[in-house]
Design a protein around this ligand. Structure first.
Ligand code: ZN
Length: 150
């Protein structure tokens, strides 16, 4: 099998933010899902693909953002955070870059199932952005999807 590269000019974008032309096709997405072996991987790919969160948001997504009755995710303006980046660079507070980032996102049944399973065991992903990028790249490599995907 050959590695296909998707042509994405410039800076890589998180999964959920790909523009239509660059978005992975269904076959590529199926391959990507096929290499997700843990609930953590499915959580990462599912949130990026279906909720369209940025990676920085994904890293800060907590159980409290999710309303399983309404099937929504509410991205807050700010929250206190003890991750390395927030403690050392943001005075212990994570903030959205713009007010436009405050939003409510609808979650589909598949993502809901993944989130329920994930949040049963974890409150938060608890990984750095760099680590999440590594995981995405590794999944794309295993799925033989070009790095442009993310
Ligand atoms: Zn943080």
């Amino acid at each position: 099998m050959q590695t296909r590269r998707l042509s994405v000019p410039g800076k890589p974008r998180p999964l959920g933010q790909s523009c239509k032309d660059d978005a992975p096709n269904p076959q590529e997405l199926a391959e990507l899902w096929g290499v997700c072996t843990s609930i953590r991987d499915r959580f990462i790919v599912g949130v990026l693909q279906w909720a369209g969160l940025r990676v920085g948001e994904l890293c800060h997504l907590r159980r409290t953002w999710v309303n399983f009755e309404e099937n929504t995710i509410e991205v807050p303006r700010r929250q206190s955070c003890t991750c390395w980046e927030c403690v050392n660079r943001r005075n212990g507070e994570w903030k959205l870059e713009t007010k436009q980032g405050i939003r409510t996102i609808r979650i589909n049944p598949l993502l809901r199932t993944i989130m329920l399973e994930f949040f049963e065991a974890h409150d938060c992903l608890n990984l750095t952005r760099q680590r999440v990028w590594q995981i995405i790249k590794e999944l794309c490599r295993r799925a033989r999807i070009g790095p442009g995907f993310s």
